[in-house]
Design a protein around this ligand. Sequence first.
Ligand SMILES: Nc1nc2c(ncn2[C@@H]2O[C@H](COP(=O)(O)OP(=O)(O)OP(=O)(O)O)[C@@H](O)[C@H]2O)c(=O)[nH]1
Ligand SMILES: [Mg+2]
Length: 379
Amino acid sequence: MAKTKYVIVSGFLGSGKTTTMIAMGRVINKKYGKGAIIANDLGAKNLVDADYTRTADIDITEITGDCICYVNEDLVAHIDRLANAGADVVMSDIPGCGIGALDHVYIQLKEKYPEKYDLLPFTCVVDPVRLRMILPEREDINLPEEMRFLLDAQMAEADLIILNKIDLIGEDEIRRDVDFIKKAYPEIPVMTMSARTGEGVEEVVDYLMAHTSPAEHREIGYGSDEFNAAEEKMCWYNRRFFAEERDGKNLDFNQVIEDFIEAIRDELIATKSNAPHLKLFAAGEGEDFIKCSLLGVDYDIEYERTLDQKYSGIAIVVNARATCPSEIMGDAVDEAVDAIKAKYNLKCRIIFTECFGFADEGRRNGGRASRYDTLEEKE
Ligand SMILES: Nc1nc2c(ncn2[C@@H]2O[C@H](COP(=O)(O)OP(=O)(O)OP(=O)(O)O)[C@@H](O)[C@H]2O)c(=O)[nH]1
Ligand SMILES: [Mg+2]
């Protein structure tokens, strides 16, 4: 049996990993057999990326929990299931603040299953706006200082760096960014692309299909103090809720959702917080859906699609990756839900909520955590 080709797509929150995998999947389906995607994130199900990818006609499965880095057997089962269903190339992302998959996934797969998988170049997708954080001018884009370590380490870990979103910048900036990346990581090839317009995607896929990863350890500071400091800044928020007009009136939920996200933005600004990526998905009837992203409090909401039709009730999934304590993110969403309830005469049933910081008590150890304050006894 032919080996299954496997590729990891890494990159910072919102850099375009999911959009890239979908765009590459289309090229693979056209030229190289069949592509499939494993959407991967921390926490439980209810992922916007998975819901959205399902609308794109590409095979998709989800890995959730503690990140693919730590669930190798599970990962192998997922790859094999997709391969048995006909996939020739399986693409998988890692959570947008993650590093370490070269050691924890590629090298493990190479050692344990040398005959089974072709490991394509480990690919890091870079957003030119975020790159400005580590360019010589070290622009302040309202993200904690600690995030610079992750941007750098993600590129240092890769076998191929893709400067994505070139539709947003001019020729001069593209050239400057590529020069910077080449100088900073002289061993690593750099390509440019727009996952949104499709420019350059075929060239990237052709390159990937013609190369394999050496899959050898590189020192990038995984587990270092800087790494821990960056991870500690982040929190994850996932919620699915059903919003329903109390009198059964049909509403323009595009507007409701815009107000919902704007209310979250206001709360984050008021608490001097930020969410490098907040995504939302809601499906209507048939093919109708809305999918949007906010790449931080300073940006406009970006819509991949909006609803064609009005509804009296709809299930909304929101995922946010924020750089603030989890309770601030939790309160911000609760207040935004209250705001749309009042404005649009809604009742909202919360189906699922998950909100945690990396180091939050109660997250690991089966959720077991407690504390007894001995202050009173001391007094
Ligand atoms: N202009 C432009 N926008 C893009 C491009 N690629 C992705 N985006 C947009 O950037 C936002 C984030 O894209 P995603 O593909 O969700 O990013 P991601 O890296 O998967 O994000 P996380 O999974 O949250 O880390 C979305 O609004 C995309 O439409 C691109 O080439 N050009
Ligand atoms: Mg994604």
